[in-house]
Design a protein around this ligand. Structure first.
Ligand SMILES: NC(=O)c1ccc[n+]([C@@H]2O[C@H](COP(=O)([O-])OP(=O)(O)OC[C@H]3O[C@@H](n4cnc5c(N)ncnc54)[C@H](O)[C@@H]3O)[C@@H](O)[C@H]2O)c1
Ligand SMILES: [Zn+2]
Length: 343
């Protein structure tokens, strides 16, 4: 187990890499710790939770809601949790987002940390301090930015991650490579999901690298005034597609990245669109899908990143270099139509 501390403006976060779940008790006294997890993770790893206080949630995004937070709060009261208690979210992004949220409001805020168990939570959701819940159809509508005290990485937990969840994480990893890390893009190009899953050292290396990349961006811009926007690469169209079609987050972001890559070639002379398509396909993600432009445009133009009549769109000047480009909202409709008509 190795420790590295990331100092954000609001608080430091201790990150433990190459850890083993058993070592968690070295960080948090079992009498003070309360684990929050979901039924899938609990049943896949039940022996690990022995002698810990555990609150188990129903799995799935549909439970990332206030009613679940209320039920957790009631269980915390029943467990007599107090200001010395530490909540530990052991799970995917749903569990970590909810745990951070509850910990931030219970008794006006108690300590919390995360043990991410999905690839997406390891490289994205658990990093950066955004915690919250969905309200009706509005994702992450209510929440708070507050850093966890620690992140604890045991990549052996991934052994039980369902097949289809892997590519969600890799969509974000490809995103990080595109906007910030050309060498990592080359590394991803040179290997595959299957190979990475079989080689723990390489997988650990990729996880560590992505934690470092995202933490660096967040550190420079904790409250999303500038650089943190780069992390939206692929997500503007991605979110719009995700709300309109039956796609996983990773699939939607993959399509969003292809559109952004295509637009980057058109507007910024980006030359690696073919490489981007090949890499996205290598990680089990789609590269083309036709969609209803009007329907998707109507959702897209309401995006949070819109500033009056222009949109801050994230494009690439080259692999490893994301750029924030202001695009008139009306132009986007034309670009989407042109893109949708390809092949
Ligand atoms: N806070 C942030 O900055 C941020 C960033 C990105 C995403 N998110 C949030 O993350 C959530 C998505 O995260 P996710 O993809 O991890 O979803 P998830 O938490 O729903 O996990 C996906 C599925 O995999 C299962 N699972 C997870 N780890 C497992 C393991 N090791 N073994 C067996 N099953 C396992 C879960 O039970 C679930 O069924 C969304 O709610 C999204 O809004 C937050
Ligand atoms: Zn995402």
């Amino acid at each position: 187990m190795t420790k590295r501390t990331y100092r954000f403006s609001s608080a430091p976060v201790d990150v433990y890499f190459d850890a083993n779940f058993r070592q968690l008790e070295k960080l948090v006294d079992k009498k003070k710790g309360i684990i929050i997890t979901d039924e899938n993770i609990f049943s896949a790893h039940h022996s690990k939770f022995k002698n810990w206080n555990v609150i188990t949630l129903k799995p799935g995004e549909q439970f990332k809601i206030q009613a679940t937070a209320d039920s957790v709060i009631e269980q915390l009261i029943a467990l007599e949790a107090d200001r010395q208690s530490v909540l530990i979210g052991v799970g995917g992004g749903v569990v970590t987002d909810l745990t951070g949220y509850v910990a931030s409001i219970y008794m006006r805020g108690i300590r919390f940390g995360f043990v991410p168990t999905s690839m997406l939570a390891m490289v994205d959701a658990s990093i950066g301090g955004k915690n919250g819940i969905d309200v009706g159809e509005y994702k992450n509508m209510v929440g708070i930015i507050r850093q966890p005290s620690f992140l604890f990485y045991d990549s052996s937990l991934l052994s039980t991650l369902p097949e289809k969840e892997w590519s969600n994480g890799f969509a974000e990893i490809i995103k990080h490579a595109c906007i910030l890390d050309r060498p990592m893009f080359k590394l991803l190009e040179s290997t595959s999901l299957d190979k990475l899953r079989k080689k723990k050292s390489l997988l650990d290396d990729i996880i560590r690298r992505n934690v470092h990349l995202k933490s660096g961006v967040v550190k420079r811009d904790e409250f999303e005034q500038g650089d943190r926007k780069l992390l939206n690469f692929g997500h503007t169209l991605g979110h719009a597609l995700e709300t309109q079609y039956e796609l996983t987050h990773g699939q939607a972001v993959a399509l969003g990245m292809i559109f952004a890559g295509w637009l980057s070639a058109k507007l910024l002379g980006y030359k690696d669109l073919n490489r981007l398509e090949t890499t996205i396909a290598t990680y089990g993600l789609p590269t083309r899908a036709s969609f209803d432009v009007e329907k998707v445009f109507n959702v897209l133009k309401m995006d949070k990143k819109r500033v009056s009549k222009t949109m801050n769109y994230i494009l690439l000047s080259r692999t490893g270099k994301g750029e924030i480009v202001q695009i008139p909202v009306e132009d986007l409709r034309g670009y989407l139509t042109e893109f949708n008509a390809l092949k």
